[in-house]
Design a protein around this ligand. Sequence first.
Ligand code: GTP
Ligand code: MG
Length: 364
Amino acid sequence: MKMPPELGRHSSGFLLVTLIGRPNAGKSTLVNVIAGWKVSITSSRPSTTRRSQYAKKDLGELEVVFVDTPGMHQPKSELGKKMAQHTEDALDGADVIMLVFDASRPATQGDRIVMARAMKELAASRGRSCALRIVVNKIDKISKAATVQALAAYYNLAKDTAKSVAKGLDGRAPQGTTKGAADVVPPVPRARSVISQYDIEIFPVSALKGAGVTELMESLAYSGSSPTLQPAVEQAPVSRPDAIYSLLPISQGWDTLQSPVPDISQEYYVAELVREQVLRRVADELPYSVACRIAEWHPPYIACDIVVERKSQKAIILGKGGTRLRDIGIGARNSLPAGTYLDLAVKVVPHWQDTPEMFEQMGY
Ligand SMILES: Nc1nc2c(ncn2[C@@H]2O[C@H](COP(=O)(O)OP(=O)(O)OP(=O)(O)O)[C@@H](O)[C@H]2O)c(=O)[nH]1
Ligand SMILES: [Mg+2]
């Protein structure tokens, strides 16, 4: 995975933790609570996160970089394909995959696909020892008994998936002796015992309330010190500007902020804050069609375009007499330094989601 240089491996006690899961499972909420600041915007709309976002956290001696990723879904646009690519890139080289499920609703086929993707990564990583942490999230929405049931269900799903992935990888049934693929793919452990061969743990969590997060972090610290998870030692020490960490949240005032880092520029972050306010105020399919981009950047003066795909959508964003747009502006300004002048405009750009030059310019 291409990581911003600021976040490279700096010591032997370094872990790259990639969060994956279905849209809306609570990945971004979890990363934010772990980091202690708003790394990614969140919303009740699926597919809120559109690119990978990084957060660094020291856990004792261990340096951990958490990567929030777009939710895994069947892409319906070029943007959707790019989002899926971001997630795939973030899986590449992960020391720990943190698989987030929404326990407040039954597991779906989509959840099974995500589990299979994680297991394949685990199986393929033999030798570099990738660990899996399964997060059964949103337990504040369900009873204790339902939480226990969900933990058992996801553990069984992990076990069954591990078996079928092992079978698929070595091309033979768990106890079979079929020749062929086994010659080209390194042998995997016997499928029955596959799950016990891996470093897998499962945690009940409420990212929203912060419950279970400490235990989850403790399990990472343990992985980092375990000999099977010793990451590569960086040969040359890399200087570490702390820009990304002090950059956000934007609270101290524009003049005290550091220069943008390549990963999350201030511009992108502010555009995201505006998009978050839009997502809070519109319903149905509209969130997929909304993007935000900075049109002028002279803090404290900032002009931001809210981009939609159709004229009818523009009318929705504006609201009656422009009231919705005004509320979006008020909401976004609340997260920005006092004195920020945020100039919002709504622009119609048909098919931006299927125009890579366009959405790549927006930072997705
Ligand atoms: N009740 C409850 N709600 C949660 C919890 N975690 C997240 N949510 C809510 O679930 C919704 C989705 O959360 P996000 O963090 O944006 O989910 P995500 O997995 O990042 O979603 P995408 O970016 O779309 O893939 C938001 O409305 C969150 O407030 C939780 O532990 N409990
Ligand atoms: Mg997200």
